[in-house]
Design a protein around this ligand. Structure first.
Ligand code: GLU
Length: 303
């Protein structure tokens, strides 16, 4: 099977350097192996996601030379597939109805990045029988550790029951969970490599359990360290971090951005301006440094 990488942003704001670094790493890894790279818009999280943010993200990625091989899939258009998958899991006896706290429910559709924290479900109603899609649903997870290999972090093991507990997959009002949408679409799009920020490492074991329940192949994983602002604070799509156009308005050129990202991924010794294509032959996961890194001060771009 042809290697397939993907970048799966949520269109909640502008892509910052950390997001762009993830996009470039997944693109380079796919291209270095002669593979396919696709973009998927993860917009199941209704009110937080906006079409125009997604369009802007696609333009910024294209400015860096990163374009989807094949149509961009928007998750908000895929309720049918998610519904069918839930029916299947329900028929397998793996789902149970649940009445959770409002807070758990409100975060269901968004990827649980660091600031949201993880709250494992304690299993109050896991013996309830599945009765269809007119109620909130969780998947009953098996006990035990999940072991996998991360291309940056090395061997990993987690007990998903301790981290997330039985994951919530559906909300009574018809909203599908992030876990469900990610796993279904990675499977359908035959994604063989998942590259994302280290703040999502802790949901990997839960997503692997869901793949197993659905009989889907397990992709390779690479979790990249986060990029922080020069003052050490977190870069956030929703917190006014600079996007490509804002950096350009400050006099930073696209080759400078790509050059810095390529350097941060171990493809070149100095952050010299270059094009994404130039980095393809120099990319290897073994050279990608671990840990977080600091975005350049404005002056550093100009110096
Ligand atoms: N859509 C998620 C986000 O924007 C990423 C999901 C993933 O890469 O698995 O954070």
């Amino acid at each position: 099977m042809r290697p397939t990488g993907r970048f799966a942003p949520s269109p909640t704001g502008v892509l910052h350097l950390g997001n762009l670094r993830t996009a470039l790493a997944s693109w380079l890894s796919a291209k270095a192996r002669g593979g396919r790279w696709i973009i998927r818009m993860e917009d199941v999280d209704g009110p937080r996601c906006r079409r125009e943010h997604g369009e802007r993200q696609l333009r910024d990625l294209a400015a860096l030379g990163l374009e989807s091989d094949g149509p961009v899939l928007w998750q908000s258009e895929r309720s049918g597939e998610y519904r069918e998958t839930l029916e299947r899991l329900g028929a397998q006896g793996l789902l149970f109805p649940c009445s959770c706290s409002r807070r758990d429910m409100s975060l269901l559709a968004s990827a649980p990045h660091a600031e949201d924290g993880l709250r494992p479900y304690r299993g109050r109603c896991r013996e309830e029988p599945w009765s269809g899609l007119d109620t909130a649903l969780r998947m009953r997870l098996p006990e035990g550790f999940v072991v996998w290999e991360d291309q940056i972090l090395g061997p990993q093991q987690d007990d998903p029951m301790a981290l997330t507990g039985d994951p919530l997959l559906f909300r009574r009002d018809g909203v599908f969970a992030y876990h469900l949408a990610v796993v279904v679409d990675d499977g359908l799009q035959e994604v063989s490599e998942v590259v994302r920020g280290e703040d999502l490492r802790s949901v990997t074991a839960t997503q692997i359990r869901l793949q197993e329940a659905l009989g889907l192949p397990r992709p390779a994983y690479a979790h990249l360290g986060l990029v922080t602002a020069p003052d050490g604070s977190r870069l956030g799509k929703r917190e006014g971090a600079l996007g490509v156009a804002e950096m350009q308005a400050k006099g930073v050129t696209v080759p400078e951005i790509v050059g810095w990202l390529g350097w941060s991924l171990g493809c070149q010794e100095r952050p010299e301006p270059c094009a994404a294509e130039d980095l393809v032959p120099r990319f290897a996961w073994t050279r990608v440094p671990r840990g977080s890194l600091v975005a350049p001060e404005q002056g550093a771009w100009e110096g």
